[in-house]
Design a protein around this ligand. Structure first.
Ligand SMILES: Nc1ncnc2c1ncn2[C@@H]1O[C@H](COP(=O)(O)OP(=O)(O)OP(=O)(O)O)[C@@H](O)[C@H]1O
Length: 345
């Protein structure tokens, strides 16, 4: 095990920013910390980095007690959302910084530093940019340089705090793919903070979902999506629909039709059933809730529908085009049938 976080609690003037947080990262694993604003992600990252100390609990890396080491001795690479490059230094000087400030006995030779910077510039695909200053780079390029600077010290662990948060959606997507490739090439254990579920599911080997300073669930992206432990995880990880029904013998009865349920808690009787846009069928005459089509949106090979029930509730569905849905238009009345629902405590 490379990183072990055990029972970490951190309180700010009586307010518990983190409560009893425990998780592990395998060597070389890419872990995402995912949660809404204020869930404790940055606090956790700061504790890992040694920028703050927990009230209780333990943090170890490869058997070393991290809490007994100061920030520098933990050998951590960090990248923040804001471009923290030194403005008066060139790209190459920025990347070399962590090596040039080492005490003489630990400092690599000038030639070694130069070679390291060149290999990192190549890795981040900015080979010809070494002599530029940060102001002469795009936002995305600056974050690539920030990553190279973090990697220059050969960190034992890389901590990334919403590194693409300030960039536009297209650049973010590009950098996401790029970061994953860099991670796979360098193999450094990485903890990535984000509040963007798509980013976390896309990038990470495993995702730690935080809510109000506590871990809701830890799992591989697909596990979390398919097998969410709580209603919070279900809702946080993707578009969701809700309908009231009666849980009975593993199915939810909606009055007139019933749907197989994945039951994660709660008891038989009145429940709120949740279902994903993909787990639905829309038909003109089959079973289901009578709904009105609000909008029809093409989504690649799929069709996305916004539907409204009798009581004003809005549903979202997404499926492949079929005979029953391809001619649909706003204002039509159809039946919405969930094919699988989740019930949580
Ligand atoms: N130095 C501090 N003093 C007091 N409260 C703090 C301090 N740092 C963080 N908090 C509180 O701890 C909670 C968790 O904050 P944190 O920054 O870790 O959340 P986050 O999940 O990273 O949120 P965001 O996505 O908005 O950055 C918040 O309620 C915050 O107000």
């Amino acid at each position: 095990m490379s990183l072990t976080v055990s029972n970490i609690t951190k309180t700010f003037t009586k307010f518990a920013a983190l409560s009893d947080v425990t998780f592990e990262a395998e060597p070389g694993e890419f872990l995402a910390l995912l949660g809404p604003s204020g869930s404790g992600k940055t606090t956790l990252l700061r504790l890992l980095a040694g920028l703050d100390v927990p009230d209780s609990g333990a943090i170890a890396f490869d058997g070393d007690n991290f809490l007994a080491l100061n920030a520098r001795d933990r050998r951590i690479g960090m990248v923040f959302q804001s471009y923290a490059l030194f403005r008066h230094m060139t790209v190459a000087e920025n990347i070399a910084f962590g090596l040039t400030v080492r005490p003489a006995k630990d400092r690599p030779s000038k030639a070694d530093i130069k070679a390291k910077v060149e290999s990192l510039l190549k890795l981040i695909q900015l080979e010809d940019y070494g002599k530029r200053f940060p102001a002469q780079l795009s936002g995305g390029q600056r974050q690539r340089v920030a990553l190279a600077r973090a990697l220059a010290i050969s960190p034992r662990i890389l901590l990334l705090d919403e590194p693409f948060g300030a960039l536009d959606a297209l650049v973010r997507k590009d950098l996401r793919r790029w970061l994953r490739r860099i991670h796979d090439e360098t193999g450094v254990t990485t903890v990535f903070v984000t509040h963007d579920q798509e980013e976390a599911l896309d990038l990470a080997d495993r995702v730690v979902v935080l809510k109000e300073g506590r871990i809701e669930q830890i799992g591989k992206p697909l596990e979390l999506y398919r097998d969410p432990a709580t209603a919070f995880v279900f809702e946080f990880l993707g578009a969701n629909n809700q309908a009231s029904g009666t849980l009975r013998g593993g199915s939810v009865d909606f009055g007139g039709f019933s749907v197989p349920a994945i039951v994660k808690g709660g008891s038989e009787g009145a429940v709120t059933a949740r279902f994903r846009p993909f787990d639905t069928q829309v038909s003109r005459s089959g079973p289901g809730f009578p709904v009105k089509v609000l909008s029809v949106l093409p989504a690649g090979a799929n069709l996305r529908l916004e539907l409204q029930g009798d009581g004003g509730e809005v549903y979202e569905t997404q499926h492949a085009h079929d005979a029953d849905t391809s001619e649909l238009k706003a204002g039509d009345t159809v039946n919405l049938l969930p094919t699988k629902v989740y019930v949580f405590a």
